[in-house]
Design a protein around this ligand. Structure first.
Ligand code: HSE
Length: 298
């Protein structure tokens, strides 16, 4: 029996579009064991009615990729998924499924693949690295694919992370379609400085720098249109004690880093409500360990 826990992730952290992500203390859990049937899948929690329970299941497909990679094929498998991560909200639910499948498959086969190879496969399936990397490694990660895939870990902030999760979905594929092919030079220039502030804030614990270090001009101006009240929520979170606020992944969730999580959560919820959006607020922490360290074999 294999058991893997995978953290939720917030990608595009501040100005780190397609590059920086953070793992959070919300988890999907997967159990894998041999079965007499070819495939049995049971799902509990988030997405129970939406996630496929056949060969199309993303955890199972990713599990099988490890077998393909070492020229094997799985026999009968029983998967039990216990999901806490909300679907299509910008919290890395698909990356969690991919990483769970890859890490479980690798453990099942006696760990034939190293972490670099698992990251490469996860990015290939997901298409971008900023959710799968923190899901695998935990903490805050920075990745590039240009010219080749590289990943490094950054210090984890000693702050609470408030998530305001709207009650509607945004599909990443749709949220990518609305991005422009080119951005104004001034916006690119601003993002370079913002990323430098973000990294400085994390490395020196000067969290007041997050006010600039969480600002973005590459994707948020376009995607904020999908989230009613986006800029008002951002401002109310800031005024109630958020050090930095941004869209989480491709949205619609908004993420705030803070030392006063209750006040920030309340402000975000009320301001969203004024704009006709019901949200669930979650108070989480950055999660230091990723799926690679959260796997047990019994
Ligand atoms: N970097 C990805 C995007 C994250 O913004 O499309 C999606 O969660």
């Amino acid at each position: 029996m294999i058991r893997v826990r995978v953290p939720a992730t917030s990608a595009n952290l501040g100005p780190g579009f397609d590059a920086i992500g953070v793992a959070l203390s919300i988890f999907n859990e997967v159990w894998v064991e041999e079965s007499d049937k070819k495939l049995e899948i049971e799902i509990f929690g988030e997405g129970t009615d939406k996630i496929s329970k056949d060969e199309n299941n993303l955890v199972y497909r990713s599990f099988c990729k490890v077998f393909e990679r070492v020229n094997k094929s799985p026999k009968g498998i029983r998967l039990v998924l216990k999901n806490e991560i909300p679907l299509s909200r910008g919290l890395g639910s698909s990356s969690a499924a991919i990483v769970a499948g890859l890490v479980a498959g690798n453990a099942y086969l006696g760990f034939p693949l190293n972490s670099e190879e698992l990251l490469r496969m996860a990015v290939e399936i997901e298409g971008h690295p900023d959710n799968v990397a923190p899901a695998l490694f935990g903490g805050v990660t920075i990745c590039t694919q240009t010219p080749k895939l590289r990943c490094a870990k950054l210090p984890v902030p000693d702050l609470d992370v408030v998530l305001a999760v709207p009650d509607f979905e945004v599909k990443t594929a749709d949220a990518r379609k609305i991005l422009p092919k080119e951005v104004p030079f001034e916006d690119a220039k601003a993002n370079i400085a913002n990323v430098a502030f973000l990294i400085t804030a994390l490395c020196t614990k000067r969290y007041e720098l997050l006010e600039i270090g969480m600002q973005d001009r590459l994707h948020q101006p376009y995607r904020s249109r999908l989230v009613p009240g986006f800029y008002e929520v951002l401002e109310s979170a800031r005024l109630s004690g958020a050090l930095g606020v941004a869209l989480s992944g491709s949205g619609p969730t908004m993420i705030a880093l803070t030392k006063s999580p209750q006040a920030v959560a309340k402000a975000m919820e009320e301001t969203f409500k004024e704009h006709g959006v019901n949200v669930k607020t979650l108070i989480t922490r950055p999660q230091e360990k990723g799926a690679l360290e959260l796997v047990d074999v019994e």
